[in-house]
Design a protein around this ligand. Structure first.
Ligand SMILES: *Cc1c(COP(=O)(O)O)cnc(C)c1O
Length: 430
């Protein structure tokens, strides 16, 4: 097997520079909470491929289902010749997503594609143009979803002009806005009413816990107030659960924590144990406002990806991975709180379930937006962690958040080892 150094050299000659990698090591295998590189090094996995391998890498049931499906047929295109696996995934989505009403789903390949289609559907159903999004939001990297995404570097820089009729309002960010949930919602709603106009709004699109934007958990009451306003305005409330979905936050969907029943939900990442699949699921009358042929794509709901999704969902149900996420929080949160008590550079520990983060700041310094972010220390901690053998992601508008996204099947021993490595990385860096 070629070494990482050799592979890096080959890569430099052929892979576009715009596609970058966090670590310089090339993977040879991964399972459970551990990844092994081609040079024989091992890593504790606190990334799960960005909240994708919730059921673990190469999860046994997923492997078996994929193998069986590959041998039967690999692709027909659901728009040409349909098959049961697609229908079965939509049945699961109807049953698992919050809301006891009739639902329909459409399947796609990536999160961005699901968000694009949710926007199409909401505009079609309402006959209105405007889409409301929030500060720090991340919804993908296609042109429309870049317009919905907040952060310029690295996502948007130089890639415009972007799609129109997108309006950004203030997010509830307890560490930085000093507002209660209802206050923050009133502020955002005021912005929408004055700058967009309720009658023009097709949809309000929000991540119930923000992902790339910094694992921001809105203050309690913010999401229900925004959802209630959206309903009263006759607009579509879309929850982007692409990162939060499929047991990540300790329930099937993060919307459940405050009893939300979104009109539409976008899912991807954790749905299929690593195979590319995404969905828009929602109220039948909204979804079915679209004429036959108005939605689709060559690969959307590919049978292998659907087989993997069904096996992943079965695994989540059987192993109760929502409970596993809560258990990960019960172990990790106290360790992170202790770390914060030791390092004044940690301004806050936050998150839900197995979606946890620490926000890193310059101790004792405040500016207009609260504690001054420290992206330099954040990057240094992550780099040290990588050198020590822990795969760790950063995030946040200010690049100053360290996030934990372990696979939900991570063993107690791996979780403990990973947290110890994180503590070491902070001790030697921050
Ligand atoms: C990752 C992500 C997306 C985009 O998904 P892709 O599969 O990368 O296109 C959209 N929304 C959220 C909340 C995400 O975390």
């Amino acid at each position: 097997m070629p070494s990482s150094a050799e592979l890096h050299e080959r890569r430099s000659a052929v892979v576009a520079r715009g596609v970058s990698s966090m670590i310089p090591s090339y993977v040879s295998s991964a399972s459970g909470g551990t990844m092994t590189d081609v040079d024989g090094r091992e890593w504790v996995d606190f990334a799960a491929g960005i909240a994708v391998t919730n059921v673990g890498n190469a999860a046994p049931r997923v492997v078996e289902a994929v193998r069986a499906q590959v041998e039967r047929f690999t692709h027909t295109c659901f728009m040409i010749a349909p098959y049961e696996q697609y229908v079965a995934v939509c049945e699961e989505l109807a049953a698992l997503t919050p809301g006891d009403f009739e639902k329909r789903s459409a399947l796609f390949n990536s999160g961005a594609e699901a968000v694009e289609n949710a926007v199409k559907i909401a505009r079609h159903a309402t006959g209105r143009p405007a889409i409301v999004v929030f500060d720090h939001a991340y919804h993908g990297r296609t042109n429309l979803t870049l317009a919905l995404t907040a952060k310029v570097m690295p996502y948007k820089q130089g890639f415009g002009p972007f799609a129109g009729e997108i309006y950004r309002v203030s997010m509830s960010y307890p560490l930085r806005d000093g507002r209660s949930g209802p206050q923050a919602a009133a502020y955002a709603i005021g912005q929408i009413e004055k700058m967009v106009g309720g009658a023009n709004v097709a949809a309000v699109l929000i991540e119930p816990v923000q992902g790339e934007g910094g694992f921001v958990v809105p203050a309690e009451g913010f999401l229900p107030a925004i959802a209630a306003w959206t309903k009263a305005a006759g607009a579509v409330f879309i929850a982007d659960e692409i990162q939060t979905g499929f047991c990540r936050t300790g329930s099937w969907f993060a919307s459940e924590h405050e009893g939300l029943e979104p009109d539409l939900i976008t899912t991807a990442k954790g749905i299929a144990g690593g195979l590319p699949l995404a969905a828009v699921t929602g109220r039948a009358e909204i979804m079915d406002s679209v004429h036959p042929g108005g939605l689709g794509g060559t690969y959307g709901g590919n049978p292998i990806a659907c087989a993997a999704a069904l096996a992943s969902i079965e695994t989540m149900r059987e192993l109760d991975l929502a409970a596993a996420a809560r258990r990960i929080e019960a172990v990790a949160r106290p360790r992170l709180e202790a770390l914060a008590a030791k390092h004044p550079s940690i301004a806050e520990v936050r998150g839900r379930g197995a979606m946890l983060a620490v926000e890193v700041v310059i101790p004792g310094e405040d500016d207009a937006a609260g504690p001054v972010p420290d992206p330099v220390t954040t990057a240094a901690v992550a780099k040290t962690a990588h050198e020590l053998g822990l795969l760790l992601l950063t995030c946040g508008t200010y690049g100053n958040v360290i996030r934990l996204l372990p696979p939900l099947i991570i063993s107690d021993e791996e979780l403990d080892r990973g947290l110890t490595l994180l503590e070491q990385a902070f001790s030697t860096t921050a």
